[in-house]
Structure formats: C-alpha cells, structure tokens
Design a protein around this ligand. Sequence first.
Ligand SMILES: O=C(O)CCC(=O)C(=O)O
Length: 250
Amino acid sequence: MFVNFSTLRERYGQRHVPVSTIPYAANFGQEHKIETLEAYFSENEDFFEEVPNPLPTTTERDYVFDSEFLSDDEFVIPCANNDSHENDVIAYSWLLDELPNCSTIAALRKLDNAPLMKSLNDVYFRLLVETQGSEGQLWHQWYLGPRGSGAPLHYHCQAYNTLAQGEKLWVMIPPEHTGSDVDDGLAWGYSNRQPTTWLQSHIDDLTGHAGASVCVQQAGDTLFVPSYWSHLTVNLRPCLGFATEIYRDC
Ligand SMILES: O=C(O)CCC(=O)C(=O)O
C-alpha cells in the first residue's frame, strides 16, 4: 500500500532532494548536495540488496531528509466533504500506492488490513486535524536512508514518525536527563555528529545512562516523540518514512 524503494525510484527518480550525512546539514555548517533521487539510488545500491551486509561502522552514510522540496499539498490532502464537517486529512498521499477515499474513516476502513494505516490511529489524525484548524503548525518531512544512516541527537516539539519500510533504532532521553549527569550537558541534548560516529564514542556512557531508552521501530510502526525528548536514530535496514512535528502546546 506504500510505495517501495523501486516504485519511489520509478515515479520520483527525477525529483531533486537534499542529501547529507545528517538532516539539515546546512544549518550545522556541514556539507550537503542536491541531486536527483535516481542519482542517490545509484550511489546507494544496497537499498536493493536481498541480504543486508553488515552495518558499516566507518562510513557515514548519506541520508535524504526532506521538508523543503515538496509542498504541503503533496503531503496532505485536506478534505472538507465528509459527514462530520471537520476538515479531514490524508497525510503523505504521494507516498501511498493507492489513494484512499477522501475521508479518514473511510480510508481506515478500506485499508483496515494495512499495518501502516492501523498505526495512523485516531489520536494521530485528531492531532493533525485539530492543529490544521488552530494556531498550531505542522511540519511535514519525509526520509529515505540506507543502513547506517540516521539523525543525530536532537529535540523539538512533539512529533509523530511513521516508518513505511525498513527498521529504525531510536535512542530517547527525557528532558530531565539531558544535562544533569555529564560534564557537557549538550552531549545528551543536541549534537551535530552523525549518529553512528556519535554512538561509537558514547556507547558506554549510554548503557550506563539512567534516563536513556532504546527501541527498534519496525515498518508500519508510528512512534510518538514527546516534546523536548532528545532522540537519535540509526536506520538498521534501508528506511523510507515520514515525520510530522506538531508545534502546539510546547
Ligand atoms: O527518522 C529519523 O531518522 C529522525 C526523525 C526525527 O528526528 C523525528 O521524527 O523527530
């Protein structure tokens, strides 16, 4: 029901995307390039490997993390023609293989068996819908990355992250633990270092860190990131998915 790597390449190969070892690299004074998805896939053929190779430990892998290159219209179809008279939304429509009916309820019913739509539960949609119609702001992003790519430790307002394909490791640290027990508090709150590099020098600290949790997100899982929780990700398998930051009440 979701586009996979091959379909993505086929349909959107000529689309330009930002490519860098960490998301929004330019904001951190780091190198990034803009290239077509086709070029990116050609440089990272392991997206299509049947049996994954061991995780690279020395190479910092390039990640596509994109919020600028698609308009909101391409992410979200607002629908006002449902029975409840609420503004309904279908998020990330361009990533769906088959466009559901223009009603969240109908879409959920129709896609009842799809693990992804099950995970886009009522709470998610309600938050999106309420925020669309209020003073809050939604920030939609999508990502595509091979094994070993990921996002450095950082925090922001509450967010939902849905993994369409792949497997993603998360390290999460609540705000009350992001600075109290290490000399450099920032080490636990924010970093501009690629996560596999960062993990190599912090793995011992991390395993002894009282506040840190680790979990693995599987394809079809939607993960809620609470406001100001510091988090880091590493894609354990090639990943495709999307995230929405919700700037309301934080
Ligand atoms: O998906 C990722 O690699 C990072 C996403 C993230 O930081 C977020 O959803 O807040």
